[in-house]
Design a protein around this ligand. Structure first.
Ligand code: NAG
Ligand code: NAG
Ligand code: NAG
Ligand code: NAG
Length: 359
């Protein structure tokens, strides 16, 4: 009897390595949780005050915001652990098996060249390469069968694209700006994204969410380009066209790739509504950064000498480029509605969406 029980326990232990459902996150500064802090030469870092002021101990943690990222908030609501940055020295096989990995890097894009003037950043292709390295480690640790199951059950987040416009196509220093027009550039991004998502599927990704772009012509960095300080319509139209084409692409891949459940969601409309009607959503400022350094607006100027706005929950933008925690909460809630993923993940607790503090 005893022997049988021991035998049974051993069998269960060997066969049923209890893999958790974790996330693998690919993205740019909107999802970076500290990778760029470890890239010695990167010019895009959130390593100084006042970044992170509304999170944990209030010290900079690599997030380009005062608080949480959109992916943090969505993952929390799915009941999934927050994956640590790939570059974090404490990353081990156990950590990966329990929490997943976040490869997102400020300045990174769908295209390899995007953000090159930040000197160092991880492009989407580079992030996928790093993920393949992660897979090798996990296969060695738990064996191929368990590893395959682990990677197929995981949730994948892909959130890139704005740098391909802001820090590539729309900048005359990049050859893409004269090689393509608005339509062909978006098509080029789609062709590349198709290859990248197909590659991830080949590596085991089954449940995957792609986050679309917001009205990026309304970020403070774009507004200063016009004398009126208004949003850049051309930039916004590029975001709309990216979202439209990416919706089709993701639907197509989800239909055609075996067992794929790929979803696309964007929060363009809701952010646009906030921009045109801030008070309805509890915001008082939707055009300038909460953390800013006098009148200098042409770069990221949230630095220790900057001054902060009075009420950070009422500002849409934290710095010249990135939304505040309050805006990220709004964006995340919208994406949750669009993605409808709460139905599909067994790990998800009942959707406990706390009342937004800004309402
Ligand atoms: C982009 O970089 C990856 C490696 O990170 C490389 O395999 C690929 O060929 C590059 N693509 C282009 C178009 O340069
Ligand atoms: C999906 O994309 C492929 C390749 O571009 C195309 O041939 C096919 O018609 C598309 N299918 C749908 C349903 O859109
Ligand atoms: C799709 O799912 C079925 C059922 O779980 C499985 O037998 C099959 O191997 C899967 N195919 C791929 C390509 O993942
Ligand atoms: C999720 O559930 C909601 C409400 O039950 C439904 O409207 C939506 O279509 C579902 N989404 C998916 C992807 O199944």
């Amino acid at each position: 009897m005893k022997f049988n029980l021991a035998f049974l326990v051993t069998l269960v232990f060997l066969e049923g390595y209890d893999c958790k459902i974790v996330q693998f996150i690919f993205g740019d500064s909107l999802s970076d949780v500290g990778n760029n802090d470890f890239l010695a030469k990167s010019l895009a870092k959130a390593s100084l005050p006042w970044y992170g002021i509304d999170m944990d101990n209030g010290l900079p943690n690599g997030r380009f915001s005062n608080g949480r990222t959109v992916a943090d908030i969505i993952g929390d609501k799915m009941g999934l652990p927050r994956p640590p940055a790939f570059m974090d020295q404490s990353l081990s096989e156990d950590v990966i098996l329990n929490s997943g990995v976040n490869y997102a890097s400020g300045g990174g894009g769908i295209l390899n060249d995007t953000g090159s003037y930040f000197i160092q950043r991880l492009s989407f292709y580079k992030q996928i390469e790093l993920f393949q390295g992660t897979q090798d480690l996990i296969r060695e640790r738990v064996g191929t069968t368990q590893a395959n199951q682990f990677f197929q059950e995981a949730v994948y987040v892909v959130a890139l694209g704005s740098n391909d416009f802001i820090n590539n196509y729309l900048m005359p220093v990049y050859s893409d700006s004269w090689t393509y027009n608005d339509k062909t550039f978006v098509q080029y991004l789609m062709d590349t994204l198709r290859d990248q998502l197909t590659l991830l599927h080949g590596l085991g990704a089954r449940k995957l969410m792609v986050f679309g772009l917001g009205p990026m012509g309304c970020i403070p960095l774009q507004r200063v380009l016009s004398t009126s300080g208004g949003c850049q319509d051309r930039t916004n139209n590029l975001a709309l066209s990216f979202n439209q084409e990416a919706t089709k692409l993701v639907t197509n891949l989800s239909t055609n790739l075996p067992n794929a459940s790929f979803n696309f969601g964007d929060a363009y409309d809701v952010v646009n509504n906030v921009v045109s009607n801030p008070s309805k959503y509890g915001f008082t400022n939707v055009n300038s950064p909460c953390c800013s350094f006098g009148k200098i607006k042409l770069a990221l100027t949230c630095i220790p000498a900057s001054t902060l706005c009075k009420d950070r929950s009422q500002y849409m933008f934290w710095d010249e480029y990135h939304p505040s925690d309050a805006a990220n909460a709004l964006i995340a809630n919208e994406l949750i509605k669009k993605l409808g993923f709460l139905n599909r993940t067994d790990a998800a607790p009942p959707p406990a969406i706390p009342p937004s503090s800004s309402r």
